[in-house]
Design a binder for this molecule. Sequence first.
Ligand SMILES: NC(=O)c1ccc[n+]([C@@H]2O[C@H](COP(=O)([O-])OP(=O)(O)OC[C@H]3O[C@@H](n4cnc5c(N)ncnc54)[C@H](OP(=O)(O)O)[C@@H]3O)[C@@H](O)[C@H]2O)c1
Length: 325
Amino acid sequence: MLRKRLSLDEATRSKDLSGKTYIVTGANSGVGLETTRQLVRQGGHVVLACRRIDAAEEAARSFSGLKGSHEAMRLDLADLQSVRDFVAEFTANHDRLDGLACNAGLVSMGREPEYTKDGLEMTIGVSYFGHFLLTELLLDTLRASAPSRMAIVSSVVHAGSDKNRPNVDLDDLNNRRREFRNFAAYAEAKVATVLYAKELAERLDGTGVTVFSLHPGWARSNFGSGGSLPIRVAMAVMRPLSRLVSDSNEESAQTTLHCLLSDTAANHSGAYFSQSSVLYRDKQCRQGGWPMETPNPNAKNMETARRLVDLSYDVVGLSTPNKPV
Ligand SMILES: NC(=O)c1ccc[n+]([C@@H]2O[C@H](COP(=O)([O-])OP(=O)(O)OC[C@H]3O[C@@H](n4cnc5c(N)ncnc54)[C@H](OP(=O)(O)O)[C@@H]3O)[C@@H](O)[C@H]2O)c1
């Protein structure tokens, strides 16, 4: 494949991260694992925020001998109390946070919607609302550690096509009043993450905390592996074929790492970054870009972004927006 993949420049790849602390959600697998590995390799301390501690500890064994350090902490993004408990424990033990990678995500593979412990539709509940609460509760720590950064992992699917641009349904964020379609729900959740990055960047302007959304690439990860038997068989068949156009997990971690570490990314708070990807329906987007313009106008509508955030405060049970004074 003649596609040029974007990767970290040498200066960014060799930065010394000693003394810096990062949180990576979904760090036990795929893109999150390789993001974590590089941060540890460069000397950072990384909290692997995972719903399965045993899986996090197992994954972290592969970091042995790397320069930095790491710890595993339990975080189930499908349970808002777990998010609160995680932040309480993190802030009790750490006084700084240099980077937060909101990486965990899933696509619900069933025909029927699943719900989180708090009754939120699972896809948007984990990818967006869980991360929303996590982020809002960590904002004071991020501000106190400025310059600090957040990388929010979205997906190419947020872009849609010129015939169908996904949008968030502000009247039915939890997909209760519509027929459930799992990939449409995934696209909507990923539009929410792009909008949130834009709103947060606006709110945090001047604080030294910068925030980015991104598409990691077509990662050969565990993504979608929890489907029914026919879906798993189809994916197993497709995997060797898709190797030509898909990316290793290390290649898919490059965009998150660029957002967290590169000097140039910091000048583009609120922007969308993307690995090159054959998955864009809009051909002009396939080369990706650090940053690039999303082709979906719904994902850059600031009025929608602000309304989404206001509604999200109610959904996760936060009373007043944590706006900088
Ligand atoms: N793979 C792709 O081609 C692709 C393309 C575009 C965007 N993305 C995005 O990239 C991100 C990383 O995905 P990946 O490809 O690396 O897939 P992955 O290997 O399946 O990793 C997903 C991670 O999310 C975690 N997770 C799921 N539900 C969670 C919950 N309730 N609480 C905490 N963590 C939870 C998983 O934990 P468990 O191991 O316990 O399940 C796993 O660590 C996702 O946001 C995904 O939407 C992926």
